[in-house]
Design a protein around this ligand. Structure first.
Ligand code: MN
Length: 228
């Protein structure tokens, strides 16, 4: 047995709805600007861009409706409500037609963003990591198995303190779930435990301490967190 010089990291995991079993998380990939109206609100042309990706560390997860601490070094914490895909079967160079066979399940998630740090990175051409991949930046609800979920349509919505801030439909994804899986699998070999946050619709906005965020994707489930 290997002896480690410091304690090995704990396995980050997402709960599964109606089960005591957990889904172990390997990596969290995120798609940028994948709804036209959000691309426009961020000042981009929604028609010309192929999908692009950034990542969050696996231990950025916030689960079981736990509170999310307001992050350091930011005065502009934004919510981004997203459908999350959980990969259950490894593969590279996956075809669009085969892509959904690699999905274990889906959940609702929040790609929380230090928008001021991200905007500064965009301006200077630097990486987005500290704007996107900080501690507690990925609240997620329970996973449901892929069978019975149609990721090509369904309402996606976020309420902040009971008021709707983001509302759209999965049918408005610029790159569909199978297209994202296929495209990403040409860049990296996808492995069981990988999560893909598929992008946010329009309506992103800043939150403050005390705000309660409640999101859902139709047919998938909910995500809830309070900013503290
Ligand atoms: Mn996002």
């Amino acid at each position: 047995m290997t002896e480690y010089v410091v304690a090995p990291p704990a396995i980050s995991a997402v709960p599964i709805k109606g089960s005591s079993a957990m889904f172990p998380v390997r990596r969290i990939f995120c798609v940028g600007r994948n709804y036209a109206e959000h691309a426009i609100e961020m000042g981009s042309d929604p028609t010309r861009e192929p999908p692009f990706y950034f990542a969050k560390p696996a231990d950025a997860l916030v689960i079981n409706d736990a509170d999310m601490p307001y992050p350091s070094m930011s005065k502009s914490l934004h919510h981004e409500m997203e459908l999350v895909v959980a990969i259950g079967l490894a593969g590279s160079d996956i075809s669009v037609a085969d892509a959904l066979k690699h999905v274990w399940g889906y959940c609702s998630g929040l790609d929380m963003t230090r928008r001021d740090i991200q905007n500064e990175a965009k301006k200077t051409g630097r990486p987005w990591d500290m704007g996107k991949g900080f501690d507690h930046s990925a609240p997620m609800g329970a996973l449901v198995p892929a069978a019975g979920v149609d990721p090509s349509k369904g309402k996606i919505e976020l309420r902040v303190n009971g008021k709707v801030t983001q509302t759209s439909d999965l049918s408005k994804l610029i790159w569909s779930v199978p297209e994202v899986i296929s495209n990403l699998s040409h860049l990296v070999r996808l492995e069981p435990g990988d999560l893909i946050m598929t992008g946010t619709p329009e309506g992103v906005a800043a939150v403050v301490k005390g705000d309660v965020l409640e999101g859902f994707v139709e047919g998938v489930g909910t995500v809830k967190t309070k900013i503290v």
